[in-house]
Write a protein that binds this ligand. Structure first.
Ligand code: PSU
Ligand code: MN
Length: 305
């Protein structure tokens, strides 16, 4: 395993990879205050970490630490991420490494890059970025989509937040040739809600199904990624009718504040969180934990296939 001052795989993760044991990558933006307020970000980490371990897999948080792209943070290193707010997407990784940023928290795009470099096949997040509403004017399409298409990693996500343009997000995956697999569902999930009403092209019922599809891709020499669209557990769901007005307000606030580019997602997340704290945060934690659990199942299925 490459071990340089610019790239490092944590000891526990390196050992698991060497032994062919299941590993699940986790992003760090969701663990920072750009994704979740304190102390809920720590609870998110604790629950994802515990559920992955109890399924017999090893968690691998990704981040840039002291200019080193790192896959598999220690607890002390996770502490540094919890209070960080330097967002690192695909375009930022080389900048954060080259200029030696103290802490950079990785988005889905950057996490897929780093997971692929380490040889980690499965990555669990909360929700991916996507095509923003109004992208036909702003051009704001998350780098998450291109990175998922490019790197050989399975991304487990609760769909994407309904502040995005979900029909166009699903269309982009078609354009990029990425299989989007509804995990026990025919619909692309809308993060807090189990369905967006947008159909997914394919439905799977199990981790074994996902492993069979990934196996077919890899045997064919295909290097790209796969999206596993995993709905929030029903008990934690917030109905679309309840969350949609909050989203409209949050988008209005972002545009009134003149927020653009990489600032949009954190701004909108914070506005939704502030407006619905009692409901949205437990939902966010429940879906992240569920994605981590399904990610661990898929990593296990891939390890034996
Ligand atoms: N959606 C969420 N929570 C998050 C994010 C998205 O519900 O924390 C974060 C993820 O790290 C995702 C990033 O990769 O926002 C997307 O940012 P952008 O839209 O700037 O690409
Ligand atoms: Mn963007």
């Amino acid at each position: 395993m490459a071990l340089t001052s610019e790239f490092r795989v944590g000891d526990e993760v390196a050992e698991a990879l060497a032994l062919g044991r299941p590993v699940v990558a986790l992003e760090s933006t969701i663990l920072s205050n750009l994704g979740l307020p304190t102390p809920h970000n720590r609870e998110c980490f604790d629950r994802c970490d515990a559920v992955i371990r109890s399924a017999g897999a090893v968690p691998a948080v990704t981040a840039i630490l002291d200019g080193c792209a790192t896959v598999g943070l220690t607890i002390d290193e996770v502490e540094r991420v919890l209070s960080a707010d330097n967002k690192v997407s695909a375009r930022d990784v080389a900048v954060a490494v080259g200029l030696g940023w103290e802490v950079g928290v990785t988005t889905v795009a950057a996490s897929c890059m780093l997971a692929a470099r380490a040889g980690v096949a499965v990555f669990a997040t909360g929700g991916i970025g996507g095509v923003h509403r109004g992208a036909e004017l702003s051009g704001d399409v998350s780098a998450d989509l291109g990175a998922i298409a490019r790197y050989p990693v399975v991304t487990v996500t609760a769909g994407a937040k309904a502040f995005l343009d979900l029909p166009r997000t699903v269309e982009w995956f078609d354009t990029l040739g990425v299989p989007v697999l509804g995990f026990g569902t025919d619909n692309f999930p809308a993060f807090y809600s189990r369905s967006s009403g947008v159909s997914v092209p394919h439905r799977v019922e199990s981790a074994a199904d996902v492993a069979a599809i990934v196996g077919a891709m890899r045997r064919a020499g295909e290097r790209g990624g796969v999206v596993v669209a995993n709905p929030i557990p029903a008990v934690a769901e917030i109905p679309a009718a309840e969350i949609d007005p909050v989203i409209v307000d949050a988008l209005d606030a972002a545009s009134a504040a003149g927020v653009t580019g990489a600032g949009v997602t954190p701004y909108v997340l914070e506005a939704i969180g502030a407006a619905t704290e009692g409901r949205s945060i437990p939902a966010n934690l429940a879906l992240a934990e569920h994605n981590a659990a399904v990610g661990a199942e898929i990593a296990r299925a891939l390890a034996v296939s």
